[in-house]
Design a protein around this ligand. Structure first.
Ligand code: IMP
Length: 435
């Protein structure tokens, strides 16, 4: 077994990464989030309690570990505080949490801009895109700025000046009515005094909870020297990557393997990259989705799989498993192993389909296209499987799965050319087959 692991999504997110991360976290000493922000929603069920984590690494429940929110993450201080408070209320002890000094802060104006502008993509509205935009535009505010109140206050003042123009322009571009403006809080004056006071109140409470600001790269180098095992926890997924995803229907970070070195400041060695594949496909927000099922089968998957967003509560679009997508994720991430999740949700389905190629016009294509038009026109070429009726949630050994379920997994493994090491058969911690 490799010493270090990375867990990445191979589809459009919500693959059930939280459960795989939670399982692997027990075998690692440092758990690292390297990108994204509160747009993520990792659900971990432990000891009958359900935890919905948005920003804090899923390893937080492993008391002996250390958790790190690294450089590439965008931090919403208020949510961070809420999550820590709720964890502390439910658990006597949680892991120690470190936060990168280089991580950018989500500011109130980022959420307003996202609310006005994010609709066409169906963003989560958490201010993620505008925060990364400002980071790239070199006008962002980082965690390190909190260390000097004068610097922080000056940056907030500057930020407000620029953002008042920007927000006004965006509202006018989108032709927002005064009612819509009110709803989106567009006209509510941004007060530097209030923002500074509020952010320091969050920050001081977080310090009192024991969080520590660090240079991720230095912290992780020391962990490597101390021979600690490190787990990199991806949020979102390959097809939501800003460069490699279904641009422009993507998030603004790099959920793929490439996000790790940039988002942490180290080059991990002895690393096994685990790609998480939901046994069917789901997507939230807009964008192409070749195997989408807008029928009873799709609704059935949504209801049985509780396919409603952890972050926004939005119903997820559902469809058959698409191996063109998973093979693409293998290429982009260099996957070493697969974790197939939510296999139990397919129980009771009479017939299962898996896409292995697309027809676009009269062309058959095996590789995931770059063109949005081709993705939208793609007609899946399916392989059909008989389903199984049995409840598989109690199964813990591969050989005990119904033969047809074994075949389904074997087909994924052979087609993608990556071993399936983990199979999720239910939401609980223990409902996992390890091969
Ligand atoms: P943003 O990340 O809020 O900017 O949203 C951009 C796109 O990524 C939208 O289609 C979102 O629905 C999608 N997205 C962001 N985070 C997640 C996630 O954790 N799971 C699934 N989709 C996500």
């Amino acid at each position: 077994m490799a010493k270090n692991h990375a867990v990445v999504g191979t589809q459009w997110g919500d693959e059930g990464k939280g459960k795989v991360i939670d399982h692997l976290a027990a075998k690692h000493e440092v758990i690292v989030r390297y990108q994204g922000g509160t747009n993520a929603g990792h659900t971990v069920v432990a000891d009958g309690q359900k935890f919905a984590l948005h920003l804090i690494p899923s390893g937080i429940l492993h008391t002996k570990s250390h958790c790190l929110i690294a450089d590439g993450v965008v931090v919403d201080l208020e949510t961070l505080l809420q999550e820590l408070t709720s964890l502390k209320e439910k658990r006597d002890k949680i892991a120690k949490l470190f936060v990168s000094k280089k991580a950018h802060l989500i500011m109130p104006w980022h959420k307003i801009r996202d609310a006005i502008d994010g609709g066409k993509l169906g963003t989560t509205g958490k201010g993620i895109g505008p925060t990364y935009t400002d980071a790239t535009n070199r006008v962002g505010i980082r965690m390190i700025d909190l260390l000097d109140k004068k610097v922080f206050a000056a940056k907030v003042k500057d930020g407000i000046k620029w953002n008042e123009f920007l927000i006004e322009a965006l509202a006018s571009y989108h032709g927002l009515s005064s009612q819509a403006k009110k709803k989106l809080a567009v006209d509510s004056a941004l007060s530097a005094t209030n923002i500074v006071a509020e952010y320091y109140s969050f920050y001081e409470k977080l310090l009192a909870y024991g969080i520590e600001l660090v240079d991720s790269s230095e912290y992780l180098s020391q962990a490597v020297e101390a021979k600690k095992k490190i787990l990199f926890e991806g949020a979102q997924a390959t097809l939501l990557d800003i460069t490699h995803g279904d641009y422009p229907f993507v998030t603004s970070s790099h959920p793929t393997y490439g996000g790790i070195p940039v988002g942490t400041g180290i080059r991990p060695r002895d690393l096994s990259i685990v790609g998480v594949v939901k046994a069917y496909s789901t997507r939230v927000g807009n964008g192409p989705f070749a195997t989408e099922l807008e029928n009873k089968t799709g609704i059935g998957l949504r209801e049985r799989g509780h396919e409603y967003g952890t972050t926004t509560g939005r119903p997820r679009r559902c469809g058959w498993l698409d191996l063109v997508v998973v093979k693409y994720a293998k290429r982009i991430n260099g996957l070493d192993a697969l974790a197939v999740t939510k296999l139990d949700i397919l129980s009771g389905e009479k017939k299962l389909k898996v896409a292995i190629a697309y027809h676009v016009g009269n062309k058959k294509i095996n590789e995931y296209p770059v063109s949005t038009t081709e993705k939208e026109q793609a007609k899946p070429v399916y392989v059909e499987f008989p389903g199984w009726k049995e409840d598989i949630t109690k199964v813990r050994k591969f050989a005990d799965l119904p033969k047809v379920a074994q075949k389904y997994i074997q087909f994924i493994e052979d087609s993608v050319g990556v071993p399936v090491k983990y199979i999720g058969v239910g939401p609980g911690r223990e409902e996992l087959i390890v091969r």
